[in-house]
Design a protein around this ligand. Structure first.
Ligand code: NAP
Ligand code: MG
Length: 484
């Protein structure tokens, strides 16, 4: 399957265009290394133009002032079109990003749900009345910001785009989104579907190019009224600095080094299976990966033996093969980045108990595959023990007491997600309150719905996506007093 994409930006006439760009960049299938398409590398002028287009569309007011119920219907229509093209989108996501098709299908389903959720919410974005004095009526209005920018990473190109774009649109903003230059294809499709669904021209714009040029220019543009960024903590910092110059609000969804903690009384088979799932899904390229596994000393040996056994049975292959459980990494550079961590783990004295190398099968030799990897004897001061690896590499720690595991789990600059495995409610509740993470799963892992808040403590971010409260990031409050 080859895909040729001609262009990338959406202008006021709602058409695909290459803008002023003469350069393109190549997209590759991570499973084979083959070129699958070319996309324009937008210029700084293109960024200014697309922001201008979105601004005009906002000021034209046919979107902002559209009856909320109608806006919701358009979002519902978009969700329906995504559903109609379910298989095509899932295939495209896998072709471009590499993840197993089963996972891409899950991502498309999540995307449909996110648009449906915000379609339903569009006419429920409400203000409040506030009692002051008897002759005054004071109330609040929730108004859209204007033009919002959305910077999307490559690990969940579709689902993470939907997570921020859907509420922004529901609230009446016009948007400019920039997918990662590695994975722009599915979001470009969504923009086309938005046009087909009847969105006014210029409401949804997607611009392609690198983060260092297009992304940077977009978040520095004074015409942007709100920024949602999902990506690494380092880039998040740079974006916050750029935003500070224009006093633009930012919503940052950043990295993680998440603890997954197993107590002896937990459902053993389920905990083993989910520990594997928590780190090897999406080849570990997940902000919410359960990358630090904490095992109580009583179950440590037995758990590790079983986990290693199951890990070595994982079927590695191209994502389009239905039987594949672990696909390639997104790029050759990302694999090299992860391999450097593996070397560092070995060099600093951690024990490599599984994987750590590139698979030798000739059929996989042109793709960016890497075996699922497990390290034990890891300490929090090793690079592999404290930095986000963003690959299929699990680091395992042993603990004796609750105090100790809480301290170890929190000994990180990150605070995104945590898993706790126990059937003891008191113990679970203690961990829930003491672990420093924005999202906690008890006897579960990798669970997030469009209706549940998701966001990080500490260096993992600012603000929360999903759930009705996310609307706070896409609207501002006008406080009105009427003296009767
Ligand atoms: P990244 O390098 O920070 O890039 C993320 C996005 O930002 C990409 O679209 C990138 O464009 C763009 N970008 C890069 N530099 C920029 C700049 N100076 N100004 C504006 N935009 C810029 O992150 P990544 O490697 O793609 O993704 C992995 C990271 O995302 C991990 O740290 C992961 O934990 C985090 N993440 C967090 C969440 C969450 O919900 N908290 C979810 C998923 C991922 P290009 O790729 O085109 O250069
Ligand atoms: Mg990057």
């Amino acid at each position: 399957m080859t895909t040729q994409v001609v262009a990338a930006k959406f202008f006021v006439n709602g058409k695909l265009t290459a803008g002023s760009s003469t350069e393109t960049f190549e997209l590759r299938n991570p499973a084979t290394g083959d070129v699958i398409g070319r996309v324009p590398r937008a210029t700084k002028d293109d960024v200014h133009e697309v922001v201008e287009v979105a601004r005009k569309a906002f000021e034209a007011a046919n979107w902002r002032d559209m009856e909320q119920t109608k806006r919701g219907k358009l979002l519902m229509q978009l969700a329906a079109l995504i559903r109609q093209n379910f298989d095509e989108l899932a295939k495209l996501e896998t072709l471009n990003q590499g993840k197993p098709i089963r996972e891409s299908k899950g991502d498309v389903a999540w995307t449909v749900r996110a648009f449906e959720y915000w379609a339903g919410a569009a006419d429920k974005i409400e203000g409040e009345t506030i009692p002051v004095t008897p002759n005054r009526l004071t109330y609040t209005l929730r108004e859209p910001f204007g033009v919002t920018a959305h910077i999307i990473p490559w690990n969940y190109p579709l689902a993470l785009a939907a997570r921020s774009i859907a509420p922004a649109l529901a609230a009446g903003n016009t948007i400019v989104a920039k997918p990662s230059e590695l994975t722009p294809l599915t979001l470009l499709k969504i923009a086309e579907y938005a046009q087909k669904s009847g969105f006014p021209d210029g409401v949804m714009n997607v611009i392609t190019g690198s983060g260092s040029i297009v992304g940077r220019e977009l978040v520095s543009n004074p015409g942007i009224d709100g920024i949602t960024f999902t990506g690494s903590t380092e880039t998040g910092r740079q974006i916050m600095e750029a935003a500070a110059r224009n006093v633009t609000p930012v919503l940052l969804e950043l990295g993680g080094k998440n603890p997954n903690i197993v107590f002896p009384d937990a459902d053993f088979p389920k905990a083993v299976q989910m520990a594997k799932f928590a780190i090897f899904t999406n080849a570990g390229q997940m902000c919410w990966a359960g990358s630090r596994l904490f095992l109580h000393e009583e179950i440590y040996d037995r758990f590790l033996t079983e986990l290693k056994k199951q890990t070595e049975l994982i079927k590695i292959g191209p994502g389009l093969d239905e039987k594949t459980e672990l696909g390639p990494l997104v790029s050759k550079e990302q694999r090299e980045h992860v391999l450097n961590y593996i070397r560092s783990g070995v060099d600093t004295g951690a024990r490599l108990v599984s994987g750590g190398t590139i698979p030798v099968e000739p059929t996989l030799s042109n793709g960016y595959f890497l075996k699922p990897t497990i390290f034990t004897d890891v300490t929090g001061d090793m690079k592999i023990g404290c930095e986000e690896i963003f690959g299929p590499v699990l680091t395992v720690f042993k603990f004796k007491s609750v105090e100790e595991v809480v301290q170890m789990a929190n000994d990180t600059k990150f605070g995104l997600y945590a898993g706790v495995w126990t059937n003891n409610l008191k113990l679970a509740q203690r961990l829930v309150t003491q672990v420093q993470a924005g999202v906690v799963a008890v006897n579960d892992y990798l669970v997030a719905y469009p209706q549940t808040p998701f966001g990080g403590y500490k260096d993992s971010g600012i603000g929360y996506e999903s759930g009705l409260q996310a609307i706070n990031h896409y609207t501002r409050i006008k406080s009105v007093t009427v003296n009767a």
